[in-house]
Design a binder for this molecule. Structure first.
Ligand code: IVH
Length: 673
């Protein structure tokens, strides 16, 4: 065979193999025997070995996984990958339907009522780019704007075409969909992991994520990943695609799997029936889903509807209710928080709740335990809703066997100090203060947190290490640490030590409000700390304030006032404050004049800003004395808008409130207008 013959033969083989791949992996309907398929693949491999210059990245032989990478590159999505608004009941679905009708009426359009109904796959969203039909790159969704480059990994997923099939191949195309793992694939993977004594995955979603995000794509290649296309990003081609249904049909023709549960639905009633039908058959589906998705089918109407913040107005995810499962409560343990609060936590016999293995659940406090009548040894229902901490819903009294009552310990399980319950409080607290290791770690973590002193890089593990080796007892010791001490710690290099030293140095320039918040006085959150700073403008004056005086501040009542006063009466607290100030923590005393510039003005921020985060903008405004609220009312003075503005913008216009763009806003805060 000469080179030209080899090239032609390779091309023909690739076409044949690709179509068999499609038959097998996408249609689940193989038309040749496995052995036949293997011999075709071998023939192609032989040619490519003899003529390596003929190997192309889209050859079916290249799905084995490229050489490992050391880290994922980040990729900025050309069109953001948005999220979906949620509905949890019929009423919210009705409201969604009405919103669409109203909004389209404003644009002089009549809603046809036609939706595309789909399942909401529980996997990992990816964006796959094709140029002139060839797969060129793939990225995870990430935060919607920036994702990770997983091209090598995606290439190994056999359901995803390396080259588009059929006609009308577009110049460029972005396919969006979900990488998932079937129940069957998940079971097989965990079985083989167990045999190899390797990590077991808690649910198919985690297994899919862990498999896709492998630096070594050879591992991804061995994992049973599948893919469902659910939309398109950028598209530059000759086909006119006027409905979402047409898009999905075309993607199917180009070789992508589209869920067979996808249906055209006319009107709200059909959507609600679809939801019930899918929910009833949920356990029979091959993949995990956590709800269904409805999308306005007409692309013209989608465009007219547009977006609110990060989600389209033309689509909604109707989520299934949080799952409940039965299990046995083995024990109740106590966790100690920053303020010494003792939280009872249920240790459970492991149970799978909607795909996640649950072994602990919060019981909140002793009153909750009494109200629910929970005893150690009981059978209970456990609920998990989304990402929130699982909780014990109720006891199954009928199953009660031998049980023991839970008693709140009278001394702290961590430090042994006394435990008390203050009148009127639901929680018990450890009186150990910062001499209690559990409280101390949490207190230091709070001190360093972003909204407090903002010491970048000082996390829980490091704090535990610093405490354990005796370098840090209280927050005041942080600023006395030397570069050598830090660099000498386990898992800490010179570079990280240097970065941390710099972060601590930077944190010294702060505001009075942040400093007060960082001290972690009980019930003194960000807003209270700001109110204190605004009124007194001096730490000394706050320390000297009587409870009566403190109570004149609007959100401070007798309990909080008492907490503040008590905090500053303790000599060890005063000592810590003194040491922190001597270490160089400072704030501008001119804050007072600065502060007044925006005094009494009320701002609302909407949309995403380019030059700063919304949170930074908010902090800045507050530092200038303004109020920042979440919703627009007649009392609002200014609405600052960024990209993808939502209803707040419209409301501001309706109420005739001044709206300003980011540029103008920056001029304003810099005092230029
Ligand atoms: S459409 C602008 N369709 O849900 C529309 N998303 O909450 C954006 N998802 O990031 C997505 N199944 O990962 C769409 N049938 C489906 C989906 C689906 C699962 C995921 C997707 C997205 C997230 C949004």
């Amino acid at each position: 065979m000469n080179k030209e013959q080899a090239r032609q033969r390779a091309e023909a083989l690739r076409k044949t193999i690709n179509s068999h791949n499609y038959q097998y992996y996408v249609l689940d309907d193989p038309t040749i025997a496995d052995a036949e398929y293997d011999s075709l693949l071998r023939a192609l491999t032989d040619i490519e070995t003899a003529f390596p210059e003929l190997i192309i990245s889209t050859s079916p032989t290249q799905r084995v996984g490229a050489t490992p990478v050391s880290a994922f590159q980040t990729v900025q999505h050309t069109t953001p990958m948005l999220s979906l608004a949620n509905a949890f009941n019929e009423e919210e679905m009705r409201a969604f339907n009405v919103r669409i009708k109203d909004k389209l009426a404003v644009a002089s359009m009549q809603f046809s009522g036609r939706f595309s109904g789909e399942t909401k796959f529980d996997g990992l969203a990816v964006n796959i780019r094709y140029e002139n039909g060839s797969l060129v790159s793939a990225a995870t969704r990430g935060d919607g704007y920036i994702g990770e480059d997983v091209t090598h990994n995606v290439r190994t997923i056999k359901q995803i075409p390396l080259h588009l099939m059929g006609d009308n191949i577009p110049q460029s195309l972005e396919v969006r969909g979900e990488v998932v793992m079937s129940h069957q694939g998940f079971a097989a993977l965990n079985k083989s992991q167990l045999e190899k004594k390797e990590k077991i995955f808690a649910n198919p979603r985690n297994a899919a994520a862990g498999s896709l995000r492998q630096l070594d794509a050879k591992i991804t290649a061995q994992r049973p990943l599948s893919f469902f296309a659910h939309g398109m990003g950028n598209y530059n081609g000759s086909m006119l695609l006027e409905t979402h249904t047409q898009i999905l049909m075309q993607l199917k023709k180009w070789g992508f799997p589209v869920s067979s549960e996808t249906k055209n639905l006319d009107g709200l009633k059909a959507c609600l029936d679809y939801y019930t039908d899918i929910q009833n058959r949920r356990s029979e589906l091959t993949h995990d889903i956590d709800g269904v998705v409805f999308k306005v089918d007409s692309i013209a109407q989608q465009k007219a509807l547009g977006f609110v913040s990060r989600a389209p107005r033309w689509a909604i995810a109707y989520k299934f209710p949080a799952a409940e499962e039965m299990t046995q409560l083995l024990d109740i343990e106590i966790q100690v928080g920053r303020t010494g609060a003792l939280t009872p936590v249920a240790r459970l016999s492991p149970v799978n709740v909607a795909g996640v293995t649950v072994t602990n659940a919060t019981l909140h406090n002793i009153d909750e335990i009494k109200r629910k009548g929970v005893m150690i040894g009981d059978w209970v229902y456990v609920r998990r809703a989304g990402d929130v901490i699982p909780e014990v819903v109720r006891v199954i009294k009928e199953r009660r066997g031998e049980v023991t009552a839970f008693v709140m310990p009278d001394c702290c399980p961590v430090c042994g100090a006394d435990v008390v319950r203050q009148a009127g409080e639901a929680v018990y607290r450890c009186l150990g203060g910062i001499s209690c290791a559990a409280q101390n770690i949490q207190a230091i973590l709070h001190f360093a947190s972003r909204k407090a002193m903002d010491i970048d890089g000082l996390g829980e593990k490091l704090i535990v290490q610093l405490i354990e080796c005796g370098l840090v007892k209280t927050v005041a010791d942080l600023y006395a640490l030397s570069h050598e001490q830090l660099a000498g710690l386990e898992r800490m290099g010179t570079k990280s030590a240097k970065n941390l030293m710099q972060a601590m140095e930077n944190s010294k320039a702060t505001t009075l409000a942040r400093f007060i918040y960082a001290l972690g006085i009980r019930d003194v959150g960000e807003a209270t700390a700001r109110a204190l700073a605004k009124k007194y403008k001096s730490l000394t004056l706050i320390q000297q304030a009587s409870t009566d005086e403190l109570e004149t501040i609007s959100d401070i009542g007798p309990v909080v006032a008492g907490n503040i006063q008590r905090f500053f009466q303790q000599t060890h607290n005063l000592d810590i404050v003194q040491r922190l100030l001597s270490a160089g923590i400072h704030w501008e005393f001119t804050e007072h004049e600065e502060n007044s510039r925006f005094n009494g003005l009320s701002f609302v921020l909407t949309g995403s800003l380019q030059k700063m985060t919304r949170d930074d903008a908010k902090q800045k405004l507050i530092s200038l004395g303004a109020n920042v609220t979440g919703s627009v009312s007649k009392k609002t003075n200014y609405v600052v808008f960024g990209d993808n503005v939502g209803s707040k913008y419209e409301k501001a216009i309706a109420l005739g409130i001044e709206i300003i763009n980011e540029e103008r806003f920056i001029q304003m805060i810099e005092g230029k207008t």
